[in-house]
Write a protein that binds this ligand. Sequence first.
Ligand code: PEP
Length: 256
Amino acid sequence: MNRKMRMPVIAGNWKMNNGPAAAEKLVGEIKPFAETTGCEVVLCVPYVSLQAALAAAAGTGIKIGAQNCHWAPSGAFTGEVSAEMLKELGVPYVIVGHSERRQYFGETDGTVHDRTRAALDAGLKVILCVGELKAQRLSGITAEVVRLQTKLALEGVSAEEVEQRVVIAYEPVWAIGTGLTATPEQANEVNALIRALIAELYSAQTAERTVIQYGGSMNDANAGELLAQPDIDGGLIGGASLSAEKFAAIIKAASA
Ligand code: PEP
């Protein structure tokens, strides 16, 4: 990662784990390790645990995020939560376009775009997930898939927004929750092509300033190698973020 230009972001995605009591406990366990100026630490928790996590993280450097948001500010969308509601609660971050939303809940590039736009309009920071399926990698179309997903999501997003309030997470779908990690070279190659796309869409300066994470079975054992790559500016971590010890080791690797 290029520390001169970009502060790495280490974000935990707790997925559908940890209700309010467990959230309070885990945030408390992570707190001592998050007192670092070497990276930004974000914990993306279930909606029902947001308030508990916010309270537990108050006064620390830990930022709390949600795992999704709707594109409308309010309305007849039973079961949904808007970006404005998250903002009102004091939540600074939201994940958009996670592959589990794309795979199980009908998320499309169009809705990912709309949710990204809504989150930015509400003043939130977005962790925008992109990544290819295993079959797409095997067909040699990883670059096309990732470029298209990124381009469609960022349509109408300004250079300033990309630089300051969008974190792009490259997450190869075949590596998420599978224990299969992209090699550091494979991950860096795709992160670099996303950065090249940002340069094409905006400018070289914006590309240099954009934070691009890797996600997919990142853990305490492989984080060091992945984070040492020049275009990997942090990680989006699922399974390993549920253990304070493992997550702390990843924070340490990012702060080294
Ligand atoms: C994720 O949920 O974004 C993720 C990368 O999960 P895992 O680390 O478990 O592969």
